[in-house]
Design a protein around this ligand. Structure first.
Ligand SMILES: Cc1cc2nc3c(=O)[nH]c(=O)nc-3n(C[C@H](O)[C@H](O)[C@H](O)COP(=O)(O)OP(=O)(O)OC[C@H]3O[C@@H](n4cnc5c(N)ncnc54)[C@H](O)[C@@H]3O)c2cc1C
Length: 461
């Protein structure tokens, strides 16, 4: 077929599934995955031992084979309704078929879990009824919950499978610095930070949110056409399992969307973790962001979820990632480089939260090194207003959600990359260059990122 060499930058779900599908389709040229982090079995977060984030140069939570997905508890969204904009490119029906195919691959590598939330049961109808009364939309979103430990096992099997293919090479701890463009404007390879050149007929950039600002720089350097992406700014909310019991039991993850007054921005819940743990992840320049996950076996007494407000900036502003990073940095500054936590009731009465006040609650923070303080000192007014209005609405669906002791951790920011312009064949404005997954600003979740990897391989073939 005339192709001898494909380089994939980034070993997250998008990159991995692209390599997997190339092999399945009989591609016998060389496939090289360049991954700045470690192989999945060597990804270890020192915080497990130290109890405190030590700010590794390469954060094992966000980088390494399996990408951001490895440390996530992998709630696999089985519908194209959630997880990104891939349906806008490929159509919802095609994305559903890709999701089904990705599911079969996960099953091939040992996934054995039931889907939750696929049927509209009487209990779900009651939840929806309350959501309607509160002005919220309950998005139907069947989900499979793999659990953090199972997800790592599964990715290890995929890694071993790829390594067993004679034409697949995984270069870990290898960071890509730049792409190489020839005089005709075609992409012909990449160069690593230690100056190693990898020539390729096709280059696939699958760098996830970890590589979002890097890709943004690449776009301006090489005129890769893109549009400023959405940026989601919000908080991670934690309350006791009793409060979330109904949603946890019948939906596992309740996906609610609202457009509260006065701004009417899109505000939504995201990544709910019943019995889960709030986590910290570190990005470039030590930016510490909050997230959450849930193990399959080990459970906490709390449920966490994020509430995110989408910001779409208009002309002349075109640096949404920088904006979100600066909000994050300001919050980190107030917490001396850590995550800030505040009780909902304290926000309403305009006071900071003190550490000893946290210790008096029914609710014990699962992120033990979060610093009690005042998140309102760093959160933009618009985002804070949206979050408070949304919490009031959600309290009508989940009584007790707006309790004084409910914890809000900040900064939770999803700085999706600028959206790379591409056609329905995933062709970018640069010949032989593909940009896929979260890094391309198209996907926000594991299933759509994996599906995009599959589709990219098919387009290349
Ligand atoms: C804590 C957490 C929990 C999550 N939970 C869920 C969930 O339950 N369900 C869900 O659907 N989604 C979840 N997500 C999101 C999901 O993990 C991502 O949507 C998905 O992993 C995106 O896949 P990707 O391949 O596009 O990017 P990523 O998974 O981010 O992978 C990109 C890879 O590229 C590497 N990279 C970046 N830049 C370079 C470079 N210059 N050179 C070489 N390598 C580079 C990174 O190290 C990384 O390994 C979670 C994310 C996090 C962080």
């Amino acid at each position: 077929m005339g192709l001898n060499n494909i380089v994939i930058v980034g070993g997250g779900p998008a990159g991995i599934f692209c390599a997997y599908e190339l092999v399945q389709r009989g591609y016998n040229g060389k496939i090289t995955i360049l991954e700045m982090g470690n192989l999945v079995e060597n990804r270890n977060c020192p915080k497990i031992k130290t109890g405190k984030c030590v700010h590794c140069k390469n954060c094992s939570v966000t980088s390494g084979f399996a990408g951001a997905g490895a440390f996530s508890d992998s709630k696999l969204t089985m519908s194209p309704e959630a997880g990104g904009y891939l349906p806008e490119l490929l159509g919802a029906e095609n994305v559903q078929l890709l999701i089904n195919y990705v599911e079969s691959i996960y099953q091939r590598f040992g996934m054995k879990v039931e889907t939750v939330g696929a049927e509209d049961t009487e209990e779900i109808k009651q939840i929806r009824k309350r959501a309607i009364a509160a002005g919220l939309k309950l998005v139907k979103s069947p989900v499979k919950h793999l659990g953090t430990e199972k997800s790592r096992e599964l990715y290890f099997k995929i890694e071993q499978y790829l390594l067993s293919c004679s034409n697949v090479f995984i270069e870990h701890s290898c960071e890509c610095q730049d792409i190489i463009i020839d005089e005709d404007g075609d992409c012909i390879g990449v160069v690593s930070t230690i100056g190693q050149t990898y020539h390729a007929d096709k280059v696939v950039i699958a760098v996830g949110r970890r590589g979002a600002s890097w890709l943004e720089r690449l776009c301006s350097l090489h005129d890769i056409e893109n549009t400023p992406g959405t940026v989601d700014i919000g908080v991670r909310v934690e309350c006791r399992n009793e409060i979330m019991e109904e949603i946890n039991r019948y939906l596992y993850e309740g996906k609610f969307i609202g457009y509260p007054a006065p701004f009417r921005d899109r505000v939504r819940t995201f990544c709910q973790n019943p019995g889960g743990f709030v986590t910290q992840e570190n990005y470039d320049n030590n930016l510490a962001l909050v997230n959450g996950h849930a193990f399959k076996e080990k459970k906490s007494e709390n449920t966490n979820l994020s509430i995110l407000c989408s910001h779409n900036f208009t002309t002349p502003f075109d640096q949404p990632i920088k904006y979100a990073q600066e909000v994050g940095e300001l919050t980190n500054m107030l917490a001396k480089g850590s995550i800030l936590v505040q009780r909902y009731g304290d926000i309403l009465t305009g006071k900071r939260t003190w550490q000893d006040e946290l210790e008096r609650s029914n609710l014990k923070p699962t992120l033990s090194d979060a610093v009690a303080g005042d998140i309102t000192a760093a959160m933009p007014y618009r985002a804070m207003t949206n979050i408070l209005a949304f919490i009031r609405a959600l309290d009508k669906v989940v009584p007790g959600f707006a309790a004084d002791e409910t914890l809000l951790y900040s900064p939770e920011i999803k700085f999706y990359s600028n959206k790379i312009k591409m056609d329905e064949h995933l062709r970018t404005s640069i010949n032989n260059l593909y940009c896929i997954g979260d890094g391309a600003g198209i996907t926000h979740g594991i299933m759509q990122a994996s599906s995009m990897g599959i589709q990219c391989a098919r387009e290349i073939m």
